[in-house]
Design a protein around this ligand. Structure first.
Ligand code: UD1
Length: 427
C-alpha cells in the first residue's frame, strides 16, 4: 500500500489547479441512468471514486467513454455516458461497500426500470450514516421497499408518482436521490428542507439541461416536474470546493502564498470568513483565489459544521489541523456526523493538544508539531494529517493513501509543485 512522506517546514508558493468536484461528479454520472441518450460531462476529476462509479454504472449497462479534457491533465476528463438499455438493476455489495455514494443509483434505477436492488452500504468510518431518508422519500413517491439479504429491494410497478416530501433532516445524498427519482415520475415532486449544497445546484442545472424542469434551485424547496423521457445533454462539473478549502488551509499552515487556479471563492464563503478571522487572506483573482498568510501568527477561531451554507463537515479535520498551530484556543463542533474526530488521536501523536467533549473538540495551539507515522480511515482525516505534516518538524508518513486517492487528484504533485517536500512511497 502506498504511503505519502512529507518533510515539514517548507512554505507553499506558486499555483495549484483545482479539479472538478468529486461530490458533484458522482450524482451527475448517475443521472446518465435516467436517459437512453448520451450525457457528456466535462471537468470530471481523476479519482478512485470516479473509477468505482464508472464500474458500477457499466455493470448496469451504461456505456462510458473517457477522453482527456482540453489541455490534457489540467482540465480533468470528459466522460460520455450512455444508458441506452439498463441490463441490471442490482448494485452489488462488492461495489457499494467501497463507496457509499453508490446508493445514489437507487432513485434513478427505480424511476426508469420500476425496480432496483441496491446493497446497503454497511458500516462507515464516520458514524452510522443510515439511508432512512432516501427510503422514506421514495416511499412517499409510491415505492415499496424491503430489506432482503442485506439489499434494499425497491419496486414501483406502476412507476413513481410525484409527491411532496419534507426531509426531517438535511441530507445531500437523499436530496440527490429524490431529485433523480422525480425526473421520470408522473407529475410534480416538491422537496422541502432539501439540501442546498453547490453539488445539488449543479445536479439541478444538469437535470434542466436534460429536459427536466426544476424550480427553486439553490433554495430549500425544490420543485421537479417529471417528464416521460430525457434528452441528450452536455454539462461542466463545478470546481471542487472541498479541495479548494483544503489547499487554502495547507497554504495557511505553511504561511505561504498560492493562487488556487479555477477555485471559486463564492462556493467557500463560510470557510473563507473563518480563515480570515484566523489571520489568512483570501482574495478573488481573474483565474481563481489567492491565499496568503504572510504576516502574523494564526489565531484560534471557533468552528461549527453545518449543512450548506454553513461550515462544511468535509473541511472540519483540515481546519482542526490548522488550529493545532494557532495562538489561543479553537472550539470545533461537529453537528453533521457523529464520530468524525478520528484524526484527533493521530494529530495528538504529532504533538497537538486536543480534548474531545461530546461533539466538540477543544484545540489549544502548540508552538510546534513533530512528524510521525500516522494513518486515518477517511479521506478528509487523511488529508488533515498531511496538512499537519507540512508544518511539523521532521518527517510525517501518512499511511493508507488510498483514502487520499479517493478524493484528492495527484495531491503530492500539486503540493510538490508549490515547494512542499513530499513524495509517494510505492508498496
Ligand atoms: C455527502 C457528501 C459527504 C459530506 C456530506 C455532508 C457525497 C458523495 N458525499 O454525503 O462528503 O460529508 O454530504 O455534507 O456527496 N442521514 C440520515 N439518514 C439518511 C441520510 C443521511 O440520518 O437517510 C444523516 C447522516 O448520517 C448524516 C447527515 O444525515 O449525519 C448528513 O448526511 P448526508 O448529507 O446524507 O451525507 P451524504 O450524502 O452521505
Amino acid at each position: 500500500m502506498d504511503r505519502i512522506r512529507i518533510k515539514g517546514g517548507r512554505q507553499l508558493k506558486g499555483e495549484i489547479r483545482i479539479s472538478g468536484s468529486k461530490n458533484a461528479s458522482l450524482p451527475l454520472m448517475v443521472a446518465a441512468l435516467l436517459s437512453d441518450k448520451p450525457l457528456t460531462l466535462h471537468n470530471v476529476p481523476r479519482l478512485a471514486d470516479i473509477t468505482t462509479m464508472i464500474q458500477l454504472l457499466q455493470q448496469h449497462g451504461v456505456e462510458v467513454s473517457a477522453a482527456a479534457g482540453e489541455n490534457g491533465h489540467a482540465h480533468g476528463t470528459t466522460l460520455v455516458l450512455r444508458a441506452e438499455k439498463i441490463v441490471s438493476t442490482t448494485a452489488p455489495y462488492d461495489i457499494v461497500r467501497k463507496m457509499r455514494a453508490s446508493v445514489l443509483v437507487l432513485g434513478a434505477l427505480l424511476t426508469r426500470e420500476r425496480e432496483a436492488r441496491v446493497s446497503l452500504p454497511g458500516g462507515c468510518a464516520i458514524g452510522a450514516r443510515p439511508v432512512d431518508l432516501h427510503i422514506a422519500g421514495l416511499k412517499a413517491m409510491g415505492a415499496e421497499i424491503d430489506i432482503d439479504g442485506g439489499y434494499l429491494v425497491a419496486k414501483a410497478p406502476g412507476g413513481l408518482r410525484g409527491a411532496r416530501y419534507t426531509f426531517p433532516k438535511v441530507s445531500v445524498g437523499a436530496t440527490e436521490n429524490l431529485m433523480m427519482a422525480a425526473a421520470l415520475a408522473k407529475g410534480t415532486t416538491v422537496l422541502d428542507n432539501a439540501a442546498r449544497e453547490p453539488e445539488i445546484t449543479d445536479l439541478a442545472h444538469c437535470l434542466i439541461a436534460l429536459g427536466v424542469p426544476v424550480d427553486g434551485v439553490g433554495t430549500e424547496t425544490l420543485t421537479i416536474e417529471g417528464v416521460p423521457a430525457l434528452k441528450a445533454a452536455e454539462h461542466s462539473v463545478i470546481p471542487d470546493r472541498i479541495e479548494t478549502g483544503t489547499y487554502a488551509m495547507a497554504v495557511a499552515m505553511t504561511a505561504g502564498d498560492v493562487e488556487l487556479v479555477g477555485g471559486r471563492l463564492d462556493l467557500i464563503e463560510t470557510a473563507a470568513q473563518t480563515l480570515r478571522a484566523a489571520g489568512v487572506s483570501l482574495e478573488p483573482t481573474a483565474r481563481g483565489v489567492r491565499v496568503q498568510r504572510t504576516n502574523g501568527a494564526l489565531r484560534g477561531v471557533d468552528v461549527m459544521t453545518e449543512p450548506y451554507p454553513g461550515f462544511p463537515t468535509d473541511l472540519q479535520a483540515q481546519m482542526m489541523a490548522l488550529m493545532t498551530r494557532a495562538e489561543g484556543a479553537a472550539m470545533i463542533t461537529e453537528t453533521v456526523f457523529e464520530s468524525r474526530f478520528m484524526h484527533v488521536p493521530e494529530l495528538s501523536r504529532m504533538g497537538a493538544n486536543v480534548t474531545i467533549h461530546h461533539e466538540s473538540a477543544l484545540v489549544r495551539g502548540v508552538p510546534k508539531l513533530r512528524g510521525a507515522e500516522v494513518m486515518a480511515t477517511d479521506l478528509r482525516a487523511s488529508v488533515s494529517l498531511a496538512i499537519a505534516g507540512l508544518a511539523a518538524e521532521g518527517h510525517t508518513t501518512v499511511n493508507r493513501v488510498y483514502h487520499l486517492d479517493r478524493g484528492y487528484e495527484r495531491l503530492e504533485e500539486k503540493l510538490g509543485a508549490c515547494g512542499a517536500d513530499i513524495e509517494r512511497l510505492k508498496g
